[in-house]
Write a protein of this length. Structure first.
Length: 120
């Protein structure tokens, strides 16, 4: 039995206009829901499609993205850039909440909202 991949509508809950979707370069084998570099902003965005011919589709503006297919480990790696230190100066790990908050803030200026719980 063949298992079908994700549909764009599984990830993209809503968008103002589909005309602003674009294709960006992606590594071979990248799957819908994973994070991909968006070079024009120097940020990571959620891929809407599986990699095909070296590209994936993203929606960089005015949309709502379902994080249920995005691994939390990728969000932490991409958005946990500021580590916290304790009173003795020891670096403490950045928690899930901090990484999700950073992801939300990165999308705020462009109308990108994130909903749902990322994959463990």
């Amino acid at each position: 039995m063949e298992v079908l991949g994700l549909k764009v509508s599984d990830i993209l809950i809503a968008e103002v206009s589909s005309i602003t979707r674009i294709e960006v370069p992606a590594t071979t084998g990248l799957k819908a829901g994973q994070l991909v570099d968006y070079p024009l902003r120097g940020q990571k965005l959620v891929a809407l499609t599986d990699e095909r011919n070296g590209t994936v589709q993203i929606q960089p503006y005015n949309c709502i993205i379902n994080l249920a297919y995005t691994p939390m480990s990728e969000i932490q790696a991409a958005f946990a850039v500021e580590a916290h230190s304790d009173v003795e100066g020891n670096v403490m790990s950045v928690g899930n909440h901090d990484a999700l908050e950073a992801l939300q803030k990165a999308g705020d200026n462009y109308g990108v909202m994130y909903r749902g719980t990322p994959k463990p």
